[in-house]
Design a protein around this ligand. Structure first.
Ligand SMILES: Nc1ncnc2c1ncn2[C@@H]1O[C@H](COP(=O)(O)OP(=O)(O)OP(=O)(O)O)[C@@H](O)[C@H]1O
Length: 255
């Protein structure tokens, strides 16, 4: 599969806190995703994983601390949201959905030339959906639609790729194919970050892991992060969360 080497950018989080109505979902997280790294973000439900991904895309502002993207705009990042967040009722074809991955290169009003169309068709071929280009996205199965979103990411050719639960409700074969694409991005130097729940996938395919339970419980090589004492601590923190927890007193907690 051809894919030009493109150096991924590093991302540094400095004391990052993100809140909803002053309640922290991500709390004082500091650490780095190195350029070209492949990282799984794991943690219990409500741990702040999706919130962190949204902050990395630039869609949520930090309440405290910062994200240093090493001079790269978040608009250059490729992003695959959770399937439930994507509205498929819009009457778009598979081809148009994939072609959107090229808008940063072509511009909003830029027409597609023959070679641009060929690139979009090639991306569809690579995810096993050659021949589906005229289908409406509302007529696809979940797995087929996930493949379309991966094709869009292929076309976008982003140096940093953020995936939020990319294999949720996806069959084994599709998961295997999409994991191959992720490995391919990693082999070609992209920075790839994926929210995952399947620990065997994390162990097998992701060299780095960030374990979250609102705070970063552990962040580093996967086998070190997945130590039982870290996982236990993440689960204990989850159990201690209360819906009526006090709003975040950021400055006091920093002391
Ligand atoms: N739009 C919102 N408004 C208010 N609170 C929110 C909102 N979105 C998420 N939260 C809260 O922020 C916390 C973190 O949510 P987030 O979706 O980031 O968790 P997650 O780790 O991705 O969970 P899951 O594994 O269940 O997808 C949760 O307590 C959640 O209830």
């Amino acid at each position: 599969m051809s894919c030009p080497d493109l150096k991924g950018a590093p991302i540094h989080l400095e004391n990052l806190t993100i809140t909803y109505q002053r309640h922290p979902a991500v709390h004082h997280v500091t650490g780095s995703f190195e350029a070209g790294s492949l990282t799984a973000i794991i943690g219990p439900n409500g741990a702040g994983k999706s919130t962190l991904i949204k902050a990395l895309t630039g869609n949520m502002a930090a309440s405290e601390g910062r994200i240093d993207r090493a001079g790269m705009s978040a608009s250059r990042y490729g992003y695959l949201p959770q399937a439930a967040e994507v509205d498929r009722s819009f009457p778009l074809s598979v081809f148009d959905t994939v072609a959107m991955g090229d808008w940063h290169r072509l511009g909003v009003f830029g027409g597609m030339k023959r070679q641009d169309v060929a690139r979009a068709l090639d991306a569809l071929d690579k995810v096993g959906l050659g021949g589906f280009e005229q289908r409406r996205i509302s007529e696809l199965s979940s797995g087929q639609f996930q493949r379309v979103l991966f094709a869009r990411l292929l076309l976008q050719d982003a140096p940093v790729i953020l995936l939020d639960e990319p294999f949720n409700a996806i069959d084994e074969r599709t998961t295997r194919d999409l994991l191959t694409l992720i490995r391919h991005w990693h082999d070609h130097g992209r920075t790839v970050i994926a929210v995952l729940h399947d620990m065997s996938q994390v162990r097998q395919c992701f060299p780095q892991t960030l374990l979250m339970a609102r705070e970063a419980i552990a962040w580093g090589p996967t086998e070190e992060v997945l130590q039982p004492h870290h996982l236990k601590r993440a689960n204990m923190m989850e159990e201690s969360w209360r819906q009526d927890a006090h709003a975040c007193e950021l400055h006091e907690e920093q002391a």
